[in-house]
Design a protein around this ligand. Structure first.
Ligand code: PXP
Length: 244
């Protein structure tokens, strides 16, 4: 199982001080590029960033720098909207993960409704995949959503692990885990790569090892939080040790 590290929250700290800068400067700390280099040095497999429409953390100029200077796969999370789609097609990250986006949310809450929006998603996926960008849909572990994902032509799904992570009781967590495992099996049987993420941390991540053929875990908040105390390289290494 591979690890993608979401470094949005490094940019969140930077923007808390420098949000009025029109272009990101190397002295505007913490430096996102330095964070990506540490993630790479620690042995992670990809870098994930979410270019939100409101640009609350990652900025357009970050993307160009990360693409040019970091020798890891770049996974761009984004909403299916024309402005961001244009940016993705120009940037050509290795991977795009299409996510739902709402202005008021603190972080991505819930997966895409692929079942309802599959025509528009199929168009976006078609354009991205034809440009050579592996495209993933962030969905809840739900059979309808997976079957709709098959019809979009995406090569990958990322299963939303938020409900599993937020379950308050052991029984609830187990039920959510079974949904994830069944969804992963269905998606794999249909030929999709299966990733997972959201709300995973150093304690609950061990459950993911019990889902056969999960490809990549995308983890952000917990790793960046731990990095405050022990440094980013060590925080990434510890997570890698848990998922291997
Ligand atoms: N995967 C997706 C699609 C996300 O939107 C997020 C949150 O930005 C993550 C993974 C990482 O979630 P967390 O920060 O809770 O680890």
């Amino acid at each position: 199982m591979l690890l993608g590290v979401n470094i949005d929250h490094v940019a969140t700290i930077r923007q808390a001080r420098y949000k009025d800068l029109k272009k990101v400067r190397p002295w505007a700390e913490p430096d996102l590029l330095a964070a990506a280099r540490d993630v790479a040095a620690a042995g992670a497999h990809s870098i994930t960033v979410h270019l939100r429409e409101d640009r609350r953390h990652v900025q357009d100029s970050d993307l160009a720098l990360l693409k040019r200077k970091i020798d890891l796969d770049l996974n761009l999370e984004m909403a299916d909207v024309p402005e961001i789609l244009r940016i993705a097609l120009k940037l050509r990250p290795d991977e795009v993960c299409l996510v739902p986006e709402h202005r008021q949310e603190v972080t991505t809450e819930g997966g895409l409704d692929v079942h309802r929006r599959w025509r528009s998603l199929r168009r976006a996926v078609g354009r991205l995949e034809s440009a050579g960008i592996r495209t993933s849909l962030f969905i809840d572990p739900d059979r309808w959503q997976i079957e709709a994902a098959f019809r979009t032509g995406a090569s990958c799904v990322e299963l939303h692990t938020g409900r599993f992570a937020n379950a308050r009781t052991p029984g609830g967590r187990r039920r959510q885990f079974i949904k994830l495992r069944q969804a992963a099996a269905l998606a794999r049987a249909g030929g999709l790569q299966v990733n997972a993420g959201h709300g995973l941390h150093y304690d609950n991540v061990r459950w993911m090892r019990r889902i056969p053929l999960l490809h990549t875990l995308n983890i952000g908040h917990s790793i960046v939080s731990r990095a405050v105390f022990i440094g980013l390289r060590q925080a990434v290494r510890e997570m890698l040790a848990l998922i291997r």
